[in-house]
Design a protein around this ligand. Structure first.
Ligand SMILES: Nc1ncnc2c1ncn2[C@@H]1O[C@H](COP(=O)(O)OP(=O)(O)OP(=O)(O)O)[C@@H](O)[C@H]1O
Length: 267
């Protein structure tokens, strides 16, 4: 039997107040457990799409459904029990101790477990995200990468079935990037994440949505969509791959150039 799609976007459109189109004709669906990477050049509409999918921005045209229920029909409480979001605009909450900050994620599911179970789960998440040793530090005292991991830990504490991440590896060093994306990929839940670093996509995502100028330029399983042709068409750079220890390591051919040259090249 074919599984029912878990996250469905149908004919999404979004316009700025001045009438400019920010998103047009976006439709796709993924099954439960998919890891969907959204990629595209700056200004393509990735954050706009993520905001519409998670309900941070109200939908005027089109529909988003999660597990066969339209986002429009879900109460705030139902959304909070299902969806966790790590955006680029996380509140600083600098005075909170890290463990208290992460525990904020447990608020929507407070009644589901005993306080002992919540405490045990919090320790597990601190451990999973490599933050146990700094659990009593104030959030303001953490480095950029540690704070980023704290934001993801807070989202995991919510025990979501759908996790939205806006550039989850921003601020993370290469080793922490690999660890964080491995953790996310192994959760077994559906994940939608904006990813700027294309080379991470084949290793950690199951599906990719490529965007350019408000529209999808490709959607589907990573191997079908992340091709040198599509990458060149979408980003204007060459996508290469190198064999290494039995795997294929992707790379981008990024050269010295200027914005003005790029503009001429696109005209
Ligand atoms: N509220 C708004 N009003 C007008 N224009 C907006 C608004 N929000 C976003 N935009 C514009 O819409 C376009 C898409 O923005 P969006 O943030 O979705 O892009 P993005 O693909 O996430 O870009 P980046 O990679 O730079 O983060 C941009 O050109 C942006 O300037």
């Amino acid at each position: 039997m074919t599984p029912t799609p878990f996250l469905k976007a149908r004919d999404l459109e979004f316009y700025a107040q001045n009438g400019d189109a920010l998103l047009q004709g976006v439709s796709f669906e993924v099954n439960e457990g998919a890891i969907l990477a959204i990629a595209g050049p700056n200004g393509a509409g990735k954050t706009t799409l993520l905001n519409l999918l998670c309900g941070a921005e109200a939908l005027a045209l089109g529909d988003v459904s999660i597990n066969e229920r339209s986002l429009k029909d879900l109460s705030a409480k139902e959304r909070a029990r299902m969806i966790a979001v790590v955006s680029q605009q996380e509140l600083p909450d600098g005075r909170l101790a890290l463990r208290d900050y992460i525990a904020l994620g447990q608020i929507p599911i407070r009644a589901d477990r005993s306080s002992e179970d919540h405490a045990r789960e919090l320790s597990r998440i601190l451990d999973l995200t490599g933050l146990s040793a700094m659990a009593d530090k104030r959030k303001a005292q953490l480095s950029g990468g540690e704070r980023q991991r704290a934001h993801i830990a807070r989202a995991l504490a919510q025990n979501p079935s759908l996790l939205f991440l806006d550039e989850p590896t921003n601020h993370l060093d290469p080793d922490a990037k690999g660890r964080m994306l491995s953790l996310v990929a192994e959760l077994g839940i559906t994940v939608v994440m904006i990813v700027h670093d294309l080379v991470m996509i084949p290793e950690f995502a199951t599906h990719v949505a490529l965007m350019k100028s408000t529209r999808l330029t490709g959607f589907g399983p990573v191997a079908d969509v992340l091709t040198p042709e599509r990458v060149r068409e979408t980003f204007g750079v060459d996508y290469l791959s190198f064999p290494h220890e039995g795997r294929v390591i992707p790379a981008l051919d990024i050269r010295r150039t200027t914005f003005s040259t790029q503009m001429k090249g696109h005209s």
